[in-house]
Design a protein around this ligand. Structure first.
Ligand code: 3BY
Ligand code: FES
Ligand code: FE
Length: 420
């Protein structure tokens, strides 16, 4: 019975105790039981962003990604199709492929050399006898979707069907940027010393931006994140109204150019939680760089027109900024209750040459700095949740609406799943 917490598992009791409008009970951020339940339910049953199509650009390219206790391998097979499998040998379960990227002809297990074709079929199993039924020991497939060049995987055998909504909204929005054929100019891994939900909460507001992200704030309008004009000082209201006018002007231009821009939100009530909107870039309006001008001389895809803004997309474990000159793709993976891996990729046109068409420092400066600032904030929040003085605090109705929705979504998905 839901109202009798004594009969619930500890994690279910914590979920039931969450007060609307407030941060989660501490142990949902800090305990091993909640972490394990998150891995089983959120990361085990939902579509999770795992990388980009150009991670595995050529046939034989393989990338292993750890998602909590799970590990998957994503590869491009001999027919150029993308596939994903559990990174687990069908013999005695050894990890097949080390973390990161490699290039293979076939997948050979390091333990006893069972060898798999790139379609997952077991091609060779030495010393198993002539009558051994190799066809029964195929690698276990993992559902994989390429949405405009961003890859999503679902570990469940019954993946949520609403990935189709994400694809329907994002394919046309991402098409001009041709991310499938981009290249990764730089990749950075940061371990944040905090729970993955604190990483995602931190990203869903810009309440903290003005005082913590001086560099990002040059190209990013904090007011895009739900500031309600009714609750602003006069100066802030003038700025917010100015931004609304700017959105009306840009919206008309984007409409004329056939560029979708309206906000689309699939949050509470949908398994596949996402939000997208075409954002105006602040400053000179070209890119998230120190001088707000494009960092790359060769535009992405078919984007050779000014003022396309920033196609912003966030999801359960990701946030993305897709601009005319480059895209920044972020994925977050749970490592431990108090450790989260944030992997950032900077994508550019594959014909762009480093040192000629772009300067890597200039391209990566804003988000390297912002990531370091955010890692610090997430660590502070996690330390607070660990302390006996923590009690769930109120989200701002004006700047943290999305966090309240994320927490509500999280509680409802965890309660609906059986991982807790
Ligand atoms: O990059 C993002 O999606 C958000 C925007 C505001 C704060 N955060 C960095
Ligand atoms: Fe892979 Fe034995 S565990 S070949
Ligand atoms: Fe931040």
């Amino acid at each position: 019975m839901l109202d009798d917490r004594s009969t619930l598992s500890p994690v279910m009791a914590l979920l039931a105790a969450r007060q609307p409008g407030h941060t989660l009970p501490a142990e949902l951020y800090t305990s091993r039981a909640a972490f394990d339940a998150d891995c089983a339910t959120i990361f085990g049953r939902h579509w999770i962003a795992v990388g980009v199509a150009c991670d595995v650009a050529e046939a034989g390219d393989v990338m292993a990604v750890d998602i909590g206790p799970a590990s998957i391998l994503i590869l491009r097979d001999d027919d150029d199709a993308l596939r994903a499998f559990h990174n687990v040998c069908s013999h005695r379960g050894a990890r097949l492929v080390p973390p990161g990227r490699s290039v293979v002809g076939k997948l050979v297990c390091p333990y006893h050399q069972w060898t798999y074709d790139l379609d997952g079929a077991l091609a060779l199993a030495p010393h198993m006898g002539v009558d051994f039924a190799r066809d029964l020991h195929h690698l276990k497939p993992v559902a994989l979707r390429d949405v405009g060049g961003i890859l999503y995987a679902c570990l469940s055998d019954d993946p949520p069907a609403d990935i189709a909504e994400l694809a329907a909204v994002m394919e046309p929005r991402l098409a001009p940027y041709d991310l499938r054929n981009a290249k990764i100019a730089f990749e950075q891994d940061v371990i944040e010393e905090g729970n993955w939900k604190l990483t995602m909460e931190n990203n869903r507001e810009c309440y903290h931006c003005a005082s913590n992200h001086p560099q990002l704030s040059l190209s990013f309008h904090a007011a895009d994140f739900g500031y309600d004009p009714a609750n602003l000082t006069e100066t802030e209201r003038a700025e917010a109204n100015g931004l609304l006018d700017a959105y009306a002007r840009h919206g008309a231009i984007w409409d004329a150019q056939g560029l979708p821009h309206a906000a689309v939100e699939h949050t509470v009530g949908w398994p596949t939680n996402f939000r997208t909107q075409r954002l105006i870039i602040a400053g000179l309006g070209e890119s998230q760089t120190p001088d707000t001008r494009a960092a790359v001389g060769v535009p992405l895809g078919d984007t050779d027109r000014p003022g396309m803004g920033d196609v912003h997309l966030w999801g359960i474990n990701s946030w993305n900024h897709v601009m005319s000159d480059h895209a920044v793709i972020f994925t977050a993976f749970p490592v431990a209750p108090d450790r989260t891996l944030v992997r950032t990729r900077w994508l550019v046109n594959r014909d762009a040459v480093e040192g000629e068409d772009y300067d890597l420092e200039n391209l990566t400066a804003v988000w390297k700095q912002t990531n370091a600032e955010d890692a610090h904030l997430v660590a502070l929040a996690h330390r607070g949740a660990m302390s006996p003085g923590y009690r769930p605090g109120p989200y701002s109705r004006f700047t943290e609406r999305a966090l309240d929705e994320f927490a509500t979504w999280y509680v409802s998905r965890m309660t609906a799943g059986s991982g807790a």
